[in-house]
Design a protein around this ligand. Sequence first.
Ligand code: GS8
Length: 220
Amino acid sequence: MADEVVLLDFWPSTFGTRVRIALVEKGVEYQFVEESLQDKSPLLLQMNPIHKKIPVLIHNGKPICESLLIVQYIDETWKNGKAPPLLPSDPYQRAQARFWADYIDNKIYSCIGGIMRSSKGEEEQEKFKKEFIEGLKVMEGELGEKPYFGGDNFGFLDVSFLPFYSWFYTLEKLAMNLSVEGECPKLIAWAKRCLQKESVAKSLSDPLKIYDFVLQMSKK
Ligand code: GS8
């Protein structure tokens, strides 16, 4: 019997985008279900009763929650003959990839929220902006001269970090004097390199659409 794969998602979500990229990388066919975060479906509440958040991957009726865990599950469950595994085979390298993915969620993601919640030019926003750039520079250092965070191959950390690229445009619009490319040119070159992959180009949300969405949300 064919696998039944359903993704509960919300299109601008960086976390959902990770899962979309991983599914396309592995060639997994799935049903995309768009959720409303204001009016969560009974299915979402049933499948993620603890956090009540997207993304949730439902594989043959069983839910997997938390984007980084879902990407690892996808990597372990579906082998794509054409693409190498997303996680490195070496346990130390695997631990390192997970460490940096955690850094993205705990450091970079929280700065993004801070920039969005504070107003242009305010002291608080400047603090988040500074921390955000510091975090990006740390990631740029981790990338070094490699083509991908995964080394010669696109991997787990690339999948985990790339969705944030779609939000850079919005952050630059909301904050004063913020140019991610000006601060971290190698990071932007990496994102553009990854965008040449079909799995990424198909999955990443349009930066202009995200900005529009944020503007609409702020009016409400
Ligand atoms: C975060 C998911 C999340 O915040 C993961 O999957 O990696 N650590 C989790 N999902 C948000 C939408 S994206 O900003 C969400 O579902 N929010 C609904 C809510 O907070 O009620």
